[in-house]
Ligand binder design. Sequence first.
Ligand SMILES: [Zn+2]
Length: 281
Amino acid sequence: MEDRSQLSPGKCVSLAPGVRRIVAGNAGLMTGPGTNTYLLGVREIAVLDPGPADARHLQVILSAAQNRIRWVIVTHTHRDHSPLAAELARRAGAPLIGLPPPSDGRQDASFQPAKLPGDGERLMLGDCSLIAIHTPGHASNCVCYLLDVERLLFTGDHVLEGVSPVILPPDGDMSAYLNSIDKLAAYDFDRIAPGHGAIMQNGKKMLELLRAHRMAREDKVLRRLGEMTGATLDGLTTAVYDDVPAERHSWARLTLEAHLIKLAREGRVRENDGLWRRTGS
Ligand SMILES: [Zn+2]
């Protein structure tokens, strides 16, 4: 287990040969200790997830990288992950790598990639190489990156430490999310380096737990709907997330919606005039 003080913003922490992490100063309810920015490589550096547009974070990255930045990569374009990418790439003269932002109003539209990583493509990055793995679900343009030489998987917000990622429809998709978990499980790795929080040692186990958590929540949605005679989204949020602090309910409501969209697609629930019901009940 990593020492939590290693997650203080502005600190550059070595995690493995050629892998360093700097946490941005944007700690919060949805960002945990802050966004993790990873520096990969020694002589030539790829910056993964530069984080929010924060002048102080930019300075820490530049000073740790010492003019060696050659690539700027993102896992996805939510506003806590990519807004610093364009500025960093401009300063370093480095190409931006990632998938373009979807247009759901929750994205960093300034991210305009020069290279779109193919699914399963190996990106050659000087000292190291990464395998790009498309993992839609949390957002449609999520890409995880596997540093196979270290058996280390960078997951962005697809897998987080200590919390289950929110799925934000319509761009976020629960069926896609579960499929992406299964897809990742087929790759060979040990540790997970998440977009927020500390390194997780037993990565495969984490994926299993994450899948089990989502399925348990889905079961609870169906159980609660069975007990109610038509539920509004708000009413169902309170019933299904009674184990989650109320301050998180506005986000939980979105993930609940993602569950309901999946279940409706499967013909197991339906909605009429804002009321959700189980089919056949
Ligand atoms: Zn995100």
